[in-house]
Each structure stands twice: as C-alpha cells, then as structure tokens.
Design a protein around this ligand. Structure first.
Ligand code: 5GP
Length: 118
C-alpha cells in the first residue's frame, strides 16, 4: 500500500526516469539523466536531472555533494559533445515564485542562440 502511495506522489521527472512516460533522453548514468525539454526555450534546451528525487537546490544536503558536483560536470560534457553548445546557459529555478514548476531538482541547459546578459 505504501509503495502505491509513493508511486502516486512521483513528479513527472521520476516518471520519466522510471520510463513510465516517454522522453527524449540525451544522456543517462546511475546518478542522473539528461532529457530534451518538451517546451524548448532555445534551439538546444536540455534538462539535467539527478535520479535522486531532491526537491530543489535549497534541499541539497552535505551527502548530496557528489551528485551536485556531477550535475555541473555533465554540463561541461554536454557543451563539449553537442554541436553548437560550446556557449551555454545553466538555470535552476528554486521555488514557484521564480518559475519552478517541477519540484524535482534540475538544471536547464540552454544553447544554440545568442542570449542577453542579466
Ligand atoms: P521548471 O519550470 O520547474 O524550472 O522547469 C520544468 C521544465 O520541465 C519546463 O521547462 C517544462 O517544459 C519541462 N517539462 C514539463 N513536463 C515535461 C515532460 O513531460 N517532458 C519533458 N521532456 N519536459 C517537461
């Protein structure tokens, strides 16, 4: 019973990780998955998602240091391996009021067009 309840509480990203809903997967290993955003804001718009269901950056614990670092390292790897992604922008929304809509930590990897500075 408990596992059924937990299953229902899963975010869209957990369902993607579990292959319960489809996505366009660009990279995957034991700790993280990189998928194409379903509603891209740039020619290259990827989501870098840890498999561990951490809610947001503010919820990271000391134990998560390795995975937090890995999320950044993969961004460099994507930049080197995806044509047109040498320059990129990483965004992580932390909280609904700044635009977070999926409460499972993720970085937006945006590239392929010129972007204004903040
Ligand atoms: P947030 O708004 O939380 O920072 O980012 C969530 C992102 O997830 C959005 O850019 C949205 O387009 C993307 N997204 C939401 N649902 C899906 C889905 O089912 N598949 C994929 N690939 N991306 C999704």
């Amino acid at each position: 019973m408990e596992s059924t309840e937990l299953k229902q509480d899963r975010t869209i990203f957990e369902k993607i990780i579990d292959r319960d809903i489809p996505s366009d997967i660009v990279f995957e290993d034991d700790d993280l998955i990189v998928i194409k955003d379903i509603s891209p804001k740039a020619p290259i718009h990827l989501l870098i998602i840890p498999k561990k269901p951490i809610k947001d950056i503010a919820s990271l614990k000391a134990d998560d240091q390795a995975i937090a670092g890995k999320l950044l390292l993969i961004a460099g790897h994507l930049s080197e391996t995806i044509p047109g992604a040498k320059d990129f922008r990483l965004i992580a929304n932390n909280g609904a009021s700044v635009g977070q809509s999926v409460f499972h930590l993720h970085f937006h990897f945006l590239a392929g067009k010129a972007m204004d500075g903040f």
